[in-house]
Design a protein around this ligand. Structure first.
Ligand SMILES: C[S@@+](CC[C@H](N)C(=O)[O-])C[C@H]1O[C@@H](n2cnc3c(N)ncnc32)[C@H](O)[C@@H]1O
Length: 251
């Protein structure tokens, strides 16, 4: 995944502290906390909770969107995600989906990712999750082949994984599908405000099905206002692992 999908001028506005570090734009450089928790050098943030990333996915995104309850009706289902990262959210979702789905039901999981990580970094991060190993090996071997994005991959008979390149701000606007559930997972709003902007939250709302939902680990007040202004009914509940609150909501 050596190819930079995001233009440097988008990546580094002149007021950014990355302005003089153009080389960063060509590679998503990762450092490691406690040996196994990936931290982005571009955004100065970890990819998921330091406590337990896999449980965070289950609590915030899967439970926050009331999956797999909603899969009990036999319709096809579409998930949109802002930020593919290590693929952890996808893999944990796929694991739940395999257990819950009924025959002939289809899942489309579309993730918008502008700065893909390398296969080696993905493998190192995903090695932490034993219950995901059989699934993560499938994803990692495909990532090692350096697929060109956009990737549209029938990963099993009832699941399609799509990874869409480019800045989410533009890519979601061009997306031709509607999500039944959104995972808003774009690094901390303070460190990556672009992933929570009014324009992007509006695109997310406009690409949400009638009865669709979203969930996110953040409860930042300005993100809540952006989601509400876009049209979402926003609720809050206790956050994961000591975080005071997280948000979820409905179209
Ligand atoms: C917190 S991480 C996502 C973690 C991921 N869901 C996982 O399961 O590992 C945020 C991701 O958003 C991506 N990203 C940041 N800004 C973006 C943008 N403007 N457009 C698209 N992707 C972006 C980063 O490259 C990073 O992979």
């Amino acid at each position: 995944m050596a190819n930079p999908f995001c233009k440097t001028e988008y990546l580094m506005p002149s007021n950014s502290r990355f302005h003089n570090e153009k080389m960063l734009a060509t590679k998503h450089t990762i450092s490691w906390e406690a040996g196994s928790i990936p931290r982005s050098s571009l955004f100065d943030d970890t990819f998921y909770s330091r406590q337990h990333g896999q449980s965070e996915t289950a609590y915030v995104f899967i439970d926050g969107n009331r999956l797999p309850d909603r899969w009990s009706s036999p319709e096809h289902f579409t998930i949109g995600e802002l930020g593919f990262g290590t693929g952890l959210n996808f893999l944990e979702t796929w694991r739940h989906w395999i257990d819950a789905r009924s025959p002939s039901q289809q899942l489309l999981f579309t993730s918008f990712e502008c700065y893909p990580i390398s296969a080696d970094d993905m493998a190192r991060a995903l090695a932490a999750w034993d219950t995901l190993k059989p699934l993560s090996q499938i994803l990692i071997s495909r990532w090692q082949e350096q697929p060109s994005l956009p990737m549209h991959w029938q990963i099993d008979q009832q699941t399609v994984l799509q990874v869409d390149p480019g800045k989410a701000e533009q890519a979601v606007a061009q997306w031709s599908d509607m999500a039944d559930a959104w995972y808003l997972d774009g690094f901390s709003p303070a460190k990556n405000p672009d992933m929570w902007s009014p324009a992007l939250m509006q695109q997310v709302f406009d690409h949400t099905a009638e009865t669709g939902s979203f969930a996110t680990y953040t409860a930042a007040a300005w993100v809540r206002r952006n989601l509400q202004a876009a049209g979402f009914a926003v609720s809050r509940r206790k956050g994961f692992a000591g975080k005071r609150e997280m948000m979820f909501g409905q179209r």
